[in-house]
Design a protein around this ligand. Structure first.
Ligand SMILES: *Cc1c(COP(=O)(O)O)cnc(C)c1O
Length: 466
């Protein structure tokens, strides 16, 4: 075999073009061979199919058909969020334009740890992150945003910034807050979070007030400073139900108690793009830090996370020095210092696909997608509410609909979900709320039609024992 061609350089495009045809053909074949939102047969069957198709993963001699084979195998065995019946998680179908842009990121391979590896990509990142920070902090010209791998890394960074600003802050969050916050406290050596019960699914201001008073007293007695040593994490779009915490009330309480505020808007942050729904994030700009995740309500290929930060002085603590990447004399001579924009070193330009999407669709275009999936959730809720064999948890707040077959046990609910998975017919999620198990439909596909929603319900109905 001759030396394989490269993706970039003058010959890159010509080398890539036939390979892309192969990839696109394999995507088409694999998707057609799957016949549904995910492969049928469950984990053992899929594992065997992959093993049989791929065979020796590192053969002594190469196989020029491998690209087609590997991509086809992946497509055939994927849970495809572009299928309207694949609606379990905050797992979005990426836009074609974003995926196409991402190809250029892979081809050129800029790395955002130093300017000399990413001259234009670093400027693009500056422009887009500032613009997105302005979406969150409309009045502030101080704000900025860091690119992350997703909500988990954004939450970790938010807690790190809080830890550095206030020694060992106590995190106070609702029971509906994302699990990554708990892990972040563990990783950062912070005290275990104080979890405020959230029986209604959102952080209750009265209960938060009480928890903050109690925590401040305790910390005073233990010799910690009273102010700023408490960190509240609120959620705009809970993972289980898509509910938005009462942000203005929580921000008021944080002010009254001198607590720092982080808002995890990994899911709900996308509402910022919608004229119809943006007001529901009122109070977001009062947070010190805000988690956003454009691989949810932003239709990006993974990864596309952000952490918006109101006061960029907060970012000084992650400044880092490595002579080969940001020597002082280089920085003084005007080479941008990128190392303080992430905890990672080599870093993919995830900004490229985001930039291409924002500019291609514009605010209205993205807002329309947000509105569509929110509308779909209302339509599904209507179908469920009007159906005698189903129970609706509540009206959807964003695009998550929780429901269960009327009168079913939790075991039945869990079994229906697994049966649909094993048969490859539908991908639904699960959530325990109200002490009961619910089926969860997270609608993120703007192409879903009303008939698809009816099909989803028919499938569940058909697989529920009478
Ligand atoms: C999805 C989610 C996260 C985690 O984001 P990842 O991108 O999966 O790391 C954090 N918080 C909330 C509220 C989420 O829904």
């Amino acid at each position: 075999m001759s030396t394989p061609p490269l993706a970039s350089g003058p010959e890159g495009p010509d080398a890539l073009r036939p390979l892309l045809d192969t990839v696109l053909d394999a995507l088409r074949e694999g998707t057609a061979a799957r016949h549904g939102p995910l492969p049928a047969g469950g984990p053992e069957t899929v594992a065997r199919q992959v093993q049989d198709a791929i065979g020796d993963v590192l053969p002594p001699h190469g196989d020029e058909n491998a690209l087609r084979l590997v991509v086809r195998t992946l497509a055939e065995g994927s849970a495809d969020p572009a299928d309207p019946l694949c609606a379990a998680h905050l797992h979005c179908p990426p836009l074609a334009v974003a995926t196409a842009a991402d190809l250029a990121a892979s081809a050129l391979n800029p790395s955002l740890d130093s300017w000399d590896q990413a001259p234009a990509a670093s400027e693009l990142e500056t422009l887009v992150t500032r613009a997105l920070a302005r979406e969150v902090y409309a009045d502030g010209d101080q704000g900025d945003a860091l690119i992350t791998t997703g909500g988990t890394e954004s939450n970790l960074l938010a807690l790190l910034l809080a830890r550095e600003a206030h020694s060992s802050p106590q995190l106070v969050c609702g029971a509906s807050a994302h699990h990554s916050l708990h892990r972040a406290t563990w990783l950062l050596g912070l005290p275990d979070p104080v979890v405020v019960p959230a029986p209604a699914g959102t952080l209750d201001p009265a209960a938060l007030d009480e928890a903050l008073t109690r925590c401040a007293d305790q910390r005073l007695r233990r010799g910690h400073g009273p102010r700023g040593s408490l960190l509240v994490a609120a959620t705009a779009g809970t993972t289980d139900a898509g509910l938005i915490d009462p942000l203005p009330d929580i921000a008021d309480l944080c002010e009254a108690h001198g607590a720092r505020l982080h808002i995890d808007a990994a899911y709900g942050g996308g509402l910022l793009f919608s004229d119809r729904h943006r007001d529901r994030l009122h109070g977001l700009d009062r947070a010190h830090t805000v988690t956003l995740d454009l691989h949810k309500l932003g239709w990006q290929p993974i990864a596309a996370g952000l952490l918006a930060v109101r006061d960029t002085n907060n970012l000084a603590v992650i400044h880092h020095h490595a002579d080969y990447l940001n020597a002082d004399d280089d920085t003084e001579a005007g080479l941008p210092d990128l190392l303080g924009r992430s905890l990672r070193t080599t870093r993919r330009p995830d900004i490229l696909k985001i930039a291409a999407t924002l500019k291609t669709l514009g605010r209205q275009g993205i807002g329309a997608l947000v509105d569509q999936v929110c509308d779909h959730a209302q339509e599904l809720a209507d179908l469920i509410a009007g159906h005698p064999r189903f129970e609706l948890y509540d009206r959807p707040a964003i695009s998550t609909v929780l429901f269960r077959p009327a009168g079913a046990t939790d075991d039945t609910v869990a079994a229906v979900r697994r049966t649909l998975l094993n048969q490859g017919r539908a991908v639904l999620g699960r959530a325990t709320l109200d002490g009961r198990l619910w089926l969860k439909a997270t609608l993120l596909n703007p192409h879903t039609r009303p008939g698809d929603l009816a099909t989803l319900l028919k499938l569940v109905e058909g697989h529920t024992p009478a």
